[in-house]
Design a protein around this ligand. Structure first.
Ligand code: PLP
Length: 423
């Protein structure tokens, strides 16, 4: 469900025609819909309304300040993975007590900063990290609240690069090592170890792996309590998928997901923390690009557009599928041609779509790469000295450029010449 529709034959973001944004901002650009962001947050919040649950938006999926502020205003907490993301969440007005700090490699400086801000909890992923956090907290004269991230070794049946809950992944500590590690952690003076964290992967479209993981979490919580540990919070991670291919791929509804959480964890009396990213922002965004050239190669057509892998890396990094929609609806009833949609970057892997039956696009026309709100702009780079792609947020009949395109002087001016080359 999203708010990008054809009206009067032209693709709109809410009430704004995309060609108007292309004139004002230039292409390529990301466009986000406030109504879609709000709807996804609310559907999830309503699904968990009867449970003691806190929704912490995964900042890494889309960290634009305007998106974060939209989430913060709805009451979202945040899941951050770096000091930079923590600073973004705080700048967006998220109360520190609704922030969770995750990630396998937090530095001591980052820990100290997060403690000084008074965040709710750290998700810790190894024994040496527990020791370091305890030392930093003791040095600061505080106790750090901690959940240990446990790797349940369940197969989330998603792409290898976004699966995190298998024993061969770098994340968390092995399930069987959990009890002894909680025992050790209890003796570390700077820690208040009172939670369990699991996050098994992303773009999960089936409830079964969640069910397996939540059951293991339940068993572990009961076992830890028998051993005398106070387990007050269960962080069940994110990972709920979105439909990238229309109706071919239907992720579980948040109501079913919430029901599963209630069934498996509801009687433990622990507060539930969720860390959704993609399911909130994934289809709240698209990437608008302009066709530069159409080239018929040997047996294949290449539609060359002005967006590239540096703007949206998911197709080449994860073999991700994004629907490609013409901005002019009349194109939908015209002829279709098998083609690749490729960008200008000098890499064979620079494509946005491969071997698709799509309208016979022509030079200058606009196309929209759908479901690009999550892990899109945040993963963009300036490779090939291309300017970072701008972002636009639409809200009804209003829009704002929420990250402008930098200038070439801005970009080149980041470099410095050493003394022996200057002058
Ligand atoms: C990436 C990540 C998330 C968000 O995942 P989505 O699939 O976007 O919901 C949540 N928690 C952790 C620990 C993550 O690494």
């Amino acid at each position: 469900m999203h708010h990008f529709d054809y009206r009067d034959g032209v693709l709109h973001a809410e009430d704004i025609p995309l060609p108007r944004l292309a004139v004002e901002v230039g292409t390529p650009f990301y466009c986000y819909s406030t109504a879609t962001l709000e709807r996804h947050y609310r559907v999830l919040a309503e699904a968990f309304a009867g449970q003691d649950a806190v929704i912490c938006f995964a900042v890494k999926s889309n960290s634009n300040q305007a998106v974060l502020k939209t989430m913060a205003r709805l009451g979202a907490g945040m899941d951050v993975v770096s000091e930079g993301e923590l600073r973004r969440a705080r700048a967006a007005g998220v109360p520190a007590e609704k922030i969770i700090f995750a990630g396998v490699g937090k530095s001591r400086e980052e820990m100290a900063y997060a403690l000084s801000e008074g965040i709710f909890s750290f998700n810790v992923e190894s024994e040496p990290e527990l020791v370091a956090l305890s030392e930093v907290a003791e040095g600061a004269g505080v106790q750090a609240r901690v959940a240990i991230r446990v790797n349940p070794d369940v197969d989330a049946k998603t792409h290898a690069k976004i699966s995190t809950g298998k024993s061969e992944n770098k994340f968390g500590i092995p399930y069987l090592a959990a009890i002894p590690l909680y025992e050790k952690a209890r003796r570390l003076p700077g820690l208040d170890v009172s939670g369990i964290h699991m996050h098994i992967g992303s773009q999960i479209t089936d409830l079964a792996p969640f069910r397996d993981a939540f059951r293991l979490m339940r068993d572990l919580a009961l076992e830890l309590r028998r051993e005398g540990h106070a387990i007050h919070h269960l962080d069940i991670g994110g990972g709920l998928g979105v439909p990238y291919r229309g109706s071919n791929e239907v992720p579980p509804h948040p109501d079913e997901y919430a029901m599963l959480v209630r069934e498996t964890l509801g009687d433990l009396g622990a507060r539930i923390y969720l860390e959704p990213g993609r399911m909130i922002v994934g289809n709240a965004g698209l990437l608008v690009t302009r066709v530069l050239y159409v080239k018929d190669g040997a047996g294949k057509r290449f539609t060359i557009v002005d967006a590239a892998m540096n703007d949206l890396i998911r197709p080449t990094l994860y073999e991700a599928y994004h629907e490609v929609w013409p901005v002019l609806m009349s194109r939908l009833s015209g002829p279709r041609v098998m083609q690749d949609i490729v960008g200008p970057v000098c890499e064979t892997g620079d494509y946005l779509a491969v071997e698709r039956e799509l309208p016979a696009f022509e030079a200058e026309e606009l196309v929209a790469v759908m479901t690009a709100g999550a892990y899109g702009a945040v993963m963009s780079s300036t490779y090939n000295t291309r300017l970072l792609v701008p972002e636009v947020l639409v809200n009804g009949h209003e829009f704002a450029v929420v990250r402008p395109r930098p200038s070439y002087d801005d970009l080149i001016g980041l470099d410095r010449l050493p003394s022996w080359l200057a002058g």
